[in-house]
Every structure is written in C-alpha cells, then in structure tokens.
Design a protein around this ligand. Structure first.
Ligand code: FE2
Ligand code: FE2
Length: 179
C-alpha cells in the first residue's frame, strides 16, 4: 500500500474495499439476511466512495501519467480501464438486483469480489509503484495537489474520514484558500 501523499487516499480506499470484500465473502456462508445487510453497506460505499475513486483515477491520476506513459502503449493501464468498465457494470447489475429484492447470486458476488481484488492488486503491485518510480518529484507533488483538490470538490475525505472531516462544496467555494 502506498503512503506517498500522491497516492495515499487511493490506497486507503483500497484497504477499505478489501475489508468489505472479506466481509461479503464471509457473509456468503451465513444467513441471507446478514448477506443483504452487507450488500447494502457495499452498495452505499460504492455510491458514496467507489464511483468517485474510479473517477479520480481516470480524471486525475491517468492524465498525469499519460503524459509520460501513453495509455495505449501500456497494457497495465489498458487493463485498469477495462477493469473499471467491468466493475461499474457489475455494480450496476448488483444494484438493480438488490433494489428489486431479487435473490443475490453467489456467482455474481464472487465474480465482483475477485474482480475488485485483482484490480486492486494490479494498481497496488504494478501501477502505483511504477508511477512512483517513473514520475519526477514535481509531477508527484502536482498529482498530490490535484488529488486533494478533487476530493475537496467531491466532498470526499482526503486521507482518513477521522482526519479530514467532510466539508460541503459550498463551504469550499466560499473559502477556497482555507485548508
Ligand atoms: Fe481502479
Ligand atoms: Fe483503485
């Protein structure tokens, strides 16, 4: 997991997501009611954090990296984008099934869990370390600034929820210079 300021918020999200996947995996072997409660948590997390996490990677991280390593020339970055599409589609399907009150398919949940774990491994083991090696320090500093601003605009915690209380976008716009 990365502790560099440019990546630590994304890595923190990854840790949260892994914990959630483990919970779902455990719940698959428990009572259906418990599974539904966990899926409810997972979908809330996805809507409130996961969608923005992927957005941040595509809108903030990839453009700065693309400047040094074109996405079309790098199979890991292409895989990253493919995974994002798969993950989004899988969450859409899960959300529709859940809202309709239809039975949750264990195969679908295993697929989603496995896809997320593989994807997080790809980023943490292959993409992030290479990014830290390839980008010069000024680019990493720029990435950290852009990531922080993105989370401020999106009203997301920058590091940990307890270290960075949520602020409304209105608050930020009325005092953009304050931390
Ligand atoms: Fe990702
Ligand atoms: Fe990620």
């Amino acid at each position: 997991m990365s502790y560099h300021p440019a990546l630590q918020a994304l890595s923190f999200d990854h840790r949260q997501m892994i914990a959630m996947i483990h919970k779902i995996h455990k719940a698959l072997h428990g009572p259906p009611k418990e599974l539904r409660a966990n899926i409810d948590d997972l979908l809330s997390y996805w809507q409130e954090n996961g969608t923005f996490h992927i957005w941040e990677e595509e809108a903030i991280l990839l453009p700065i990296l693309h400047y040094r390593t074109p996405i079309s020339s790098n199979s890991h970055l292409q895989q990253m984008l493919d995974d994002h599409a798969t993950i989004r589609d899988s969450f859409h399907n899960l959300s529709i099934t859940f809202e309709a009150g239809d039975p949750l398919e264990a195969d679908h949940l295993h697929f989603l869990g496995l896809t997320l774990l593989r994807h997080i491994s790809l980023e943490e083991i292959l993409v992030f370390p290479k990014l830290l090696k390839r980008l010069p320090e000024p680019d990493l500093a720029e990435l950290a600034i852009r990531a922080k601003l993105f989370r401020k605009f999106m009203d997301l915690p920058h590091r940990r929820p307890d270290q960075a209380p949520l602020r409304r976008l209105d608050d930020y716009l009325s005092s953009p210079a304050s931390p």
